[in-house]
Design a protein around this ligand. Structure first.
Ligand code: ADP
Ligand code: MG
Length: 397
């Protein structure tokens, strides 16, 4: 789960990490009163969307009077901000954050994240803050500082100190960095985060260290023990189809392709996506309907995929273990009748009651294309959506 910058900063403040004073505003009048509460003479108005790259896209503006703050908030609220992370459709700005401007001497990058290889937390830092870290890693890998911490151990002061020296911090700044990095690590561990990224972490003219931007991502599987974090969820920032899927306990992630996939089991879902690409197609989503899905959930998953206007055809690939193929077939037929099957549908069923399942599909009278193997299924859906005969190796693997 993601949260907004202003919420992440409130959490950082709670753990003792220095952040600029500021508050959120939903309209220009609120922006004005927030600005009046803060000491001027310079303020920053920041669009609150779940995407980075706002600075370059006009979503971060420095203002030199309260009047300018109000006018900027007025202009930003309601606009569609397009950054390199939002996609071309952009994101509607519904809130702005007004904060005190910092006097920036240096912009650094510091993040802590779960390292899936080591199973521990890794700290990534760089002297090149304020920029896209992926870009820095690609063009100047030598500018990336890494600290791998062993699993289940808090950060130690000596580890943070090493990073501070590698960042070239001055003597009086080193202990401030150590305190800050350890506080972020405490927040990370206590809140079950998977990433806390501070970009930029600035050194001010008088040698203070301040987190000017923060992105926090939490482990969805640990949210049950953080009701206060759950309350920070902003449904406006979540893809509506993903939101609907979550309501029905379906593991759904929207992707950019045009072949909808409905699969049971995450492993099979990944394999299905791979093989679609192998035959030159592009999956429109990841969908795991899970092992014990009912007829109703199958129908719901099917409708969800169908409701995505980018989907040109659907591939259903289900292995009936605990789940019976006849229930799956009933779910598909029911949903297909309801939505009106206007796009190609390829179904591959295997496992318990497979004969019964195939019979239900055949007798439905619907134009369902059946397939026997995974390769057969992928070839058929790619051919049906592209109008071409396909062979292996036409796509990216
Ligand atoms: P994004 O990462 O979405 O572009 P940031 O919050 O990192 O947004 O802001 C972009 C840039 O704007 C920062 O790198 C910094 O130079 C400047 N900036 C942001 N907040 C402040 C602030 N409070 N005071 C001064 N400059 C700021
Ligand atoms: Mg930033």
């Amino acid at each position: 789960m993601n949260i907004h910058e202003y919420q992440a900063k409130q959490l950082l403040r709670r753990f003792g990490v220095p952040v600029p004073r500021g508050d959120v505003a939903h309209n220009p009048a609120e922006a004005e009163s927030v600005a009046e509460e803060l000491d001027g003479p310079v303020w920053v108005v920041k669009a609150q969307i779940h995407a980075g790259g706002r600075g370059k896209a006009g979503g971060v503006k420095v203002c030199r009077s309260i009047k300018e703050v109000t006018a900027t908030a007025d202009q930003m609220l309601g606009m569609k901000l397009v950054t390199h992370q939002t996609g071309p459709e952009g994101r509607l700005v519904r809130k702005v954050y007004i904060e005190q401007a910092s006097d920036i001497a240096r912009e650094l990058y510091v993040a802590q994240l779960i390292n899936r290889t080591t199973g521990g937390v890794t700290l990534i830092a760089s002297t090149e803050g304020g920029m896209d870290i992926e870009e820095v890693a690609a063009s100047h890998p030598d500018k990336i500082i890494r600290l791998d911490m062993p699993p289940a151990t808090p950060m130690r002061a000596f580890q943070a100190r090493r990073v501070a020296f590698a960042l070239g911090l001055k003597e009086r700044e080193v202990h401030k960095f150590v305190r800050l990095a350890m506080a972020v690590n405490k927040a990370f561990r206590s809140l079950d985060a998977v990433m806390i990224e501070i970009n930029p972490l600035v050194v001010t003219g008088v040698g203070r260290l301040v987190a000017l931007d923060c992105k926090m991502v939490f482990d969805d599987n640990a949210l049950f023990r953080h009701s206060d974090i759950q309350d920070l969820r902003d449904d406006n920032e979540v893809d509506p189809l993903e939101l609907e899927a979550a309501r029905h306990d379906l593991n759904y992630v929207k992707l950019d392709g045009d072949i909808g996939c409905m699969v049971n089991g995450a492993g099979l879902a990944m394999a299905t996506m791979d093989i679609i690409q192998h035959y030159g197609g592009q999956p429109a989503n990841f969908m795991d309907i899970a092992g014990a899905a009912t007829k109703e959930r199958v129908a719901c998953a099917f409708k969800l995929i169908f409701n995505d206007p980018g989907v040109r055809g659907i591939l259903v690939n289900v292995f009936g273990g605990m789940m019976r193929c006849n229930s799956i077939a009933e779910g598909i037929v029911g949903a297909a009748r309801e939505v009106g099957l206007d796009r190609p549908l390829v179904v591959r069923l295997e496992g318990t009651n497979v004969e019964l399942g195939r019979e239900i599909l055949q007798k439905s009278g619907l134009p369902i294309i059946t397939a026997t193997t995974l390769a057969d299924a992928a070839q058929k859906i790619v051919a049906a959506t592209s109008g071409k005969v396909v062979a292996a190796g036409q796509g990216r693997v």
